[in-house]
Ligand binder design. Structure first.
Ligand code: GDP
Length: 325
């Protein structure tokens, strides 16, 4: 029997996966080594981001979508992310009571994550958890956020397909779904369509989207579908899953998936590099020295360019001008 967490995770051991997620959340140095070994086995899952105002029915909808995916015999991971509340060491978001019926299914894995420290850290941890689920053989990974703020947008940006959930009678709310949300939405869902005003909400969205669209007729442009659901009744769910698969196919066939992957790898490596540099600076330059340097610049005894050059040399960038510092 192998005790290696990576091997166990790859062979479908849930406890190894749960342990891995905890290591990622704790930013354990071991996690990085394990993730490096898992990496070649990842890249197969479809990563779906779900965002929208609190109370729009995201978690009800995600539960239904997960059930539909199970009906189609796919293994589903759900990561519920709350960037606004601090990590409490336990289940957040009530651990999604609605999802409990799914929790007993060995082909479903549900986990909540909360913020600890920086948003960049949470976004990276979410991506790494999705990657671990992907490597563990979950074919669809859903990242669900609690709200629709800038932090949530940042988190779902790493997904292949972003689903934005709205409800009828939120005309003002839709206006408030600033350009940021319009831009990231691959699929709009008007949930609670059992209530009056769903058609109007859909029409309003269609208008906002056509105002924002640049070349709506071009075949290379994804026409964002606006779907109506009633998550509590389980209505419209199969259409949402169909649209998610169509989007995935569109991404591959149009070449956008490849471009997206390129962009994401570039920004991930850049972020890792920036993090390493910041760590190195913290280790090599004590706080009091920072203070001296800052005072010197404020008092015009030094200038910011000189100080940046000096610090760049201290962290081992031998030719700071060429390095762009
Ligand atoms: P979230 O905060 O976006 O995750 O929303 P929840 O999934 O927690 O749902 C918020 C409330 O809306 C709950 O009371 C749900 O039962 C209710 N709800 C969710 N979907 C629907 C729907 O399609 N129709 C109606 N009438 N209520 C719904």
């Amino acid at each position: 029997v192998s005790t290696d967490i990576v091997e166990r995770l790859l062979s479908g051991d849930r406890r190894a996966l749960a342990r891995m997620v905890t290591l990622i959340e704790n930013e354990s140095p071991a996690a990085r080594e394990y993730l490096a070994r898992l990496y070649p086995q990842s890249g197969r899952a479809q990563i779906i981001g779900v965002t929208g105002s609190p109370g729009a029915g995201k978690s009800t909808l995600v539960t239904q979508v997960a059930r539909e995916l199970r009906r189609r015999d796919l293994r589903v991971g759900v990561v519920a992310v709350d960037p606004s509340s601090p990590f409490t060491g336990g289940a957040i978001l009530g651990d999604r009571i609605r999802m409990q019926e799914l929790a007993g299914d060995p082909n479903v894995f549900i986990r909540s994550m909360a913020s600890r420290g920086s948003l960049g850290g949470l976004a990276a941890a979410t991506r790494d958890v999705a990657r671990a689920l992907d490597a563990a053989g979950f074919q669809v990974v859903i990242i669900e956020t609690v709200g629709a703020g800038q932090a949530e947008v940042e988190i779902v940006r790493a997904a292949h397909s972003v689903l934005v959930v709205t409800v009828p009678g939120m005309g003002d709310d839709i206006q408030a779904l600033k350009a940021g949300i319009l831009e990231i939405a691959d699929i709009f869902v008007v949930n609670k369509a059992d209530r009056p005003g769903a058609d109007q909400a859909a029409a309003e969205l269609r208008m906002l989207l056509s105002l924002a669209a640049k070349q709506p007729k071009s075949p290379d442009v994804w026409r964002v579908p606006i779907l109506k659901t009633s998550a509590t009744q389980g209505e419209g769910i199969a259409e949402v899953v169909d649209a998610l698969f169509r989007h995935r196919a569109f991404l591959s066939e149009s070449g956008q998936l490849a471009r997206r992957n390129q962009r994401q790898v570039y920004s991930e490596v850049l972020a890792l590099l920036q993090h390493a540099l910041a760590q190195r600076l913290k280790q090599t330059v004590p706080d009091e020295e920072w203070q001296h340097l800052i005072d010197a610049v404020v008092e015009r005894r030094e200038n910011p360019y000189q100080v940046a050059d000096l610090l760049a040399r201290r962290v081992g960038l031998s030719d700071p001008n060429q390095a762009g510092v």
